[in-house]
Design a protein around this ligand. Structure first.
Ligand code: GLY
Length: 404
């Protein structure tokens, strides 16, 4: 994080349609974490000297990122208490939330005192949950450090923890909508990411490109990203800033129109393109996205890539998309070095059973997001919801991603 703070960053304002909900800014630029303190001051009520600020950090982050955030908050007059968490699904629990809430309570934080989540999507979801529930809600500032968290998890106010139940671990089943007061996406943090984690984020970016025309967003994200992949893998900062900005614009538009995912025509749920298939793959801990078994399990973004390819071929089987587009989608994900086929998938029945338990089941029927481009000349970028698709169409999706 040695990059100097640059004020020529981009700002996307998320302005909910509901006038009683507050708008917030997503700031995107290199080195902007160095201005965290003043930026937090600008969005929280300053009510006392040494105002507590509770900083939840992913303990695998480079020290430099953590100290940049801490020093900036302290220089702005906050009394910072840091709490570490190791980012993993198994720590995304009510027990972790309880520990953090106890630490927060010991700072005597009041309703106006900020919680800051510094890390990837797990830290953002857990930190958001803590902020949403402490004293019925304190300000949460999201500082995402992974591409996936920058373009998706940090925007739109979803907070969550997993819950162990008699029938297994239910992911993200406990939580609430709690909108951030501010999001700071510092592009410099991305350079410390393992390349596999970066690629996982790209899966969500390509997915955004496949749905943005549905919301009349004209930014040709899919085509632009396919053309920029080399610059992205080279971590060109201008390209990365543009990548995050274009994606945040998509996410901001979607969550503005349907903040609580209630639109029966799709709305925010369209962001789940590829996820229902992906959720059938993610629990299969022995499945590797590569020929190397040591790469098991499949990461979330890799499962989304496989899921989007499967959804594309299901769309072909349903007649909502031309086969040429499905192949183009597969090629694009492969160019982003994401898996588009996987070995060792269980039977169709077993996969359908897992999908049937997915939380996107609505009224007991499977609800799939499919792509909408029936002619070879149609532009990509539209999708829609299909309720209770025929089994053969879903199986065509599985067949398309089964390895040799
Ligand atoms: N990650 C999907 C959503 O925010 O709705």
């Amino acid at each position: 994080m040695t990059a100097p703070e640059s004020r020529d960053h981009n700002v996307v304002t998320v302005a909910p349609q509901n006038p009683s909900a507050s708008a917030y800014d997503v700031r995107i630029g290199t080195g902007i974490l160095a201005n965290l303190g003043p930026d937090v001051c600008a969005v929280v009520k300053r009510c006392r000297r040494n105002q507590p600020a509770f900083l939840i950090v992913d303990d695998t982050l480079p020290d430099e990122i953590i100290s940049t955030a801490t020093l900036s908050l302290e220089a702005a007059g906050f009394a910072v208490t840091s709490a570490d968490i190791t980012a993993s699904e198994k720590n995304k629990t009510l027990e972790s939330a309880t520990r953090l809430l106890q630490q927060l309570a010991s700072t005597r934080a009041e309703r106006t005192d900020p919680v800051i989540a510094l890390g990837g999507g797990m830290v953002g979801d857990l930190g958001g949950f803590v902020a949403a529930t402490y004293k019925r809600g304190v300000p949460i500032i999201q500082c995402p450090t992974t591409l996936l968290a920058m373009v998706d998890a940090s925007v739109g106010g979803k907070t969550a923890v997993n819950l162990k139940t008699e029938t297994g671990l239910k992911k993200n089943i406990v939580g609430s909508f709690w909108q951030p007061a501010l999001v700071l996406a510092d592009i410099a943090a991305l350079s410390s990411l393992p390349v596999r984690t970066l690629r996982s984020g790209l899966a969500e970016c390509l997915k955004h490109g496949l749905l943005c025309a549905t919301f009349d967003i004209e930014n040709d994200l899919f085509g632009w990203l396919c053309a920029q992949l080399r610059a992205v893998f080279d971590q060109n900062r201008t390209a990365m800033q543009e990548l995050v900005t274009r994606n945040v614009r998509v996410k901001a538009t979607v969550v503005r129109t349907d903040p609580h995912e209630l639109d029966p025509a799709g709305g925010r749920a369209l962001l789940n393109l590829g996820h229902t298939f992906g959720h059938a793959i993610e629990p299969l801990v022995d499945i590797s996205p590569t020929v190397n078994p040591d790469d098991a399990p499949v990461q979330h973004g890799e499962a989304v890539a496989l899921g989007v390819v499967a959804a594309a071929y299901t769309s072909v089987a349903l007649g909502t998309m031309h086969a040429d587009h499905a192949e183009a989608i597969r090629v694009a994900f492969a160019k982003a070095k994401l898996p588009t086929r996987v070995n060792g998938l269980p039977s169709d029945d077993a996969l359908l059973e897992t999908m049937a338990h997915d939380k996107k089941m609505s009224g007991g029927t499977l609800r799939l997001i499919v792509l909408d481009a029936p002619n070879a000349t149609d532009e990509l970028g539209r999708c829609c919801v299909v309720n209770d698709p025929p089994r053969e169409a879903v199986v065509a999706g599985f067949d398309a991603i089964r390895g040799a």
